[in-house]
Design a protein around this ligand. Structure first.
Ligand SMILES: [Zn+2]
Length: 524
């Protein structure tokens, strides 16, 4: 933006020539990619990998001909999104939320759940390592375990696999689920939920990014009882707008958020100690929705979260009351509400609109009911490393908390910017858009197109300048003097509506963004 003052301009040019001027570009480490472009790039090797899978599935059906065609593909999509999950590599040594799942079929290897890897290896006469590492063997092992579950059902007079009728797989998948030996009420919902996820995927079909699940009418009313189905399909039922409730016959509603089903966690996996409820923490399960529900009901877990959200349709299950303390964020448990999202932080395709919208409805409700400041929510980039943000940000990721250095969920693909917009009414939280806030800058500032991508586009000269609003983004500065905020402004050289780091403000502290009168510059 032009400063009509020759002295200021001269000072700016002098600063430009001096080596003492700080240089934001030196802090630029990220590739200049939009989040969408980054996601597309990350999908490429996955698409290449998926080309081989249809042949592996075909061989598994040839060996286990009773399994209905498409069930294995649907299971793989539901559990891992057709990704060869290698827990040690995928989380880079970071901690997990539940027992690890291996390979394209997401087989469990003990840790509190069944040891599907070892059992599958035994059925095939091959090594557990091969089942974990080799996609074709992993798929074969899952097929062998499904076949075994089917035979066990047949011996008990329960539905067993018949290739012409996928609805027979409801009971077979529930037995296969891998959530440990607990049979009966406590694990029933999780097992049914797993079977539903697989069969509803088959019923819809998938054809995207190299994933091919054939669309096949399942007959869900034969696979599940009417009461089970009503609960499993909950988000599709009527919403009572007047009472702000979803009514589900045969299901228990949670007390805190009308849309959520209530399935309590095992009593030892949370504390009835009071929760201050002043912040909301986003997680990814690093596993599946049904698996997480089973895990939070498992006495071995000693972990929990308040809410879990399903990727396929945004169904929400509450497992701990908001005013109780869930075990999800170490030293931050006593003031935070935890939301677990289906799937993996490393999966570029994880963030379905259904799940993001459901999560935003939930967080909006928490902010309104508990007084959490949704306007302070993180709106910068996502990260695939631990990255602490200020305490003043009250809606943020697990990997943005102190003392949680082994976490980075919900990961770099979580859509923070659109999430911010959703939980703030989808509108510009700046009450006076277009208002100019006058600030002094102590050196020439490099202008960027966005606060998150650091693509240089010009210069804002040192002196008195105006800015419109602020946003959180990449840190700029040195060891003692720094700022994460970015200011929207019109550059002296370069386009209007660009961004400069608030590091260049001459009179305020670290991570502060105020104008010359001390007024906090509003969020964009
Ligand atoms: Zn987490």
């Amino acid at each position: 933006m032009p400063i009509p003052h020759r002295l200021l301009l001269a000072a700016g040019l002098a600063a430009a020539l001096s080596a003492s001027a700080p240089c934001a570009a030196a802090d630029a480490k990220r590739a200049p990619l939009t989040p969408d472009a980054e996601r597309a790039l990350a999908e490429r090797p996955l698409v290449a990998e998926r080309v081989r899978y249809p042949e592996y599935f075909a061989r598994a059906y040839a060996r286990y001909p009773d399994l209905p065609r498409g069930v294995l593909e649907a299971l793989a999509y539901s559990e891992t999104g057709w990704r060869n999950v290698e827990p040690a590599a995928a989380d880079g040594g970071h901690g997990r939320h539940m027992p690890a799942a291996y390979g394209v079929m997401g087989l469990y290897h003990g840790e509190g759940f069944a040891d599907q890897v070892t059992e599958g290896a035994k059925l095939l006469g091959l090594s557990p390592t091969l089942v974990m590492r080799d996609p074709e063997t992993n798929i074969l092992a899952a097929a062998a375990l499904l076949d075994r579950a089917s035979k066990a059902n047949k011996a008990r007079g329960e539905p067993y696999a018949r290739s012409e009728d996928p609805s027979t797989m409801g009971a077979v998948l529930a037995r296969y689920a891998g959530y440990g030996d607990g049979i009966g009420e406590i694990r029933t919902y999780a097992r049914q939920s797993f079977a539903y996820a697989v069969l509803s995927t088959l019923d819809r079909g998938v054809d995207a990014n190299g994933v091919k699940v054939p669309k096949r009418a399942v007959g869900m009313e034969r696979a599940f009882t009417p009461t089970q189905l009503a609960k499993l399909r909950a988000p599709l039922l009527n919403v009572d707008a007047v009472r702000d409730e979803v009514r589900i016959p045969g299901a228990t509603l949670a007390g805190d958020f009308g849309e959520a089903l209530w399935v309590p966690a095992y009593s030892g996996n949370y504390s009835t100690a009071a929760n201050a409820m002043t912040a909301v923490i986003m997680h990814t399960m690093e596993g599946s929705y049904a698996g997480s529900i089973a895990w939070f009901q498992n006495p071995n877990a000693v972990v929990s979260a308040h809410y879990l959200i399903r990727k396929s349709d945004g169904q929400i299950t509450q497992m701990v009351r908001e005013y109780h303390t869930a075990y999800h964020a170490k030293y931050h448990n006593n003031y935070t509400i935890g939301i677990e999202h289906d799937g993996y932080a490393s999966d570029p395709s994880n963030w379905s609109a259904a799940m993001v919208n459901a999560s935003a409805r939930l967080t909006t409700s928490i902010c309104a009911r508990r007084g959490v400041n949704c306007a302070s929510a993180w709106q910068g980039p996502g990260y695939d490393t631990w990255h602490v943000v200020p305490d003043s940000v009250r809606v943020k990721g697990h990997g943005m908390l102190t003392q949680n250095s082994n976490r980075y969920d919900p990961g770099k693909y979580f859509p923070w910017a659109s999430y911010y917009s959703l939980i703030n009414g989808g509108t510009n939280p700046n009450p006076n858009p277009g208002t100019k806030y006058w600030v002094d800058t102590f050196a020439n500032a490099t202008g960027y197109k966005w606060p998150s991508t650091l693509t240089p586009v010009g210069t804002l000269y040192q002196g008195t300048n105006y800015v419109y609003c602020k946003a959180w983004g990449e840190r700029v500065g040195n060891a003692t003097s720094y700022n994460h905020y970015w200011l929207k402004t019109d550059l002296d050289v370069g386009p209007a509506g660009s961004w400069v780091s608030a590091y260049y403000l001459s009179r305020w502290g670290n991570d502060e963004a105020r104008d010359n009168n001390g007024t906090v510059i509003p969020n964009c």
